[in-house]
Design a protein around this ligand. Sequence first.
Ligand SMILES: Nc1ncnc2c1ncn2[C@@H]1O[C@H](COP(=O)(O)OP(=O)(O)O)[C@@H](O)[C@H]1O
Ligand SMILES: [Mg+2]
Length: 142
Amino acid sequence: MRDADAGHEPRLILLCGLPGSGKTTLAKRLAREIPAVRLCPDEWMADLGIDLFDEGTRDRLERRFWAHAQQLLRLGQTVILEFGFWGRSERDEKRLRARGLGIPVELHYLRAPIDELGRRLEARNGRGECGTVPITRQLLEG
Ligand SMILES: Nc1ncnc2c1ncn2[C@@H]1O[C@H](COP(=O)(O)OP(=O)(O)O)[C@@H](O)[C@H]1O
Ligand SMILES: [Mg+2]
């Protein structure tokens, strides 16, 4: 048994953090180690040809992912949500619902100084990785 999945109990993992804080990097590692299903709106939107700044579509996709995540959790599958979770109410909604299903919740709060986030995003933008949102310094500060 791997440490990351002591007991193999399905759980909901929420990754909270600003762009560049390392959500996708951590999610990929956890998905491999646990193993878990990773739901990443940025990657899906990029693959479906949707503008990554289309917030209405992002909201609908995240709602659909959340319904799907609950089905997976009920079936015993650990799920990782990479939604950013900048709002407390978003985190609380998922936490309470999962608790209602009897599913443990893990919240990872990733943070780094804004200059470090800026440097990481500049490097990531430069590589033009598919499924990542090109975030400028101005957007980051916003
Ligand atoms: N802990 C870390 N320390 C340094 N660089 C990191 C760290 N985590 C991620 N990165 C790098 O920073 C960039 C942004 O990480 P990413 O996982 O895409 O962030 P997010 O998904 O939160 O936007 C990537 O190029 C990644 O390689
Ligand atoms: Mg990401």
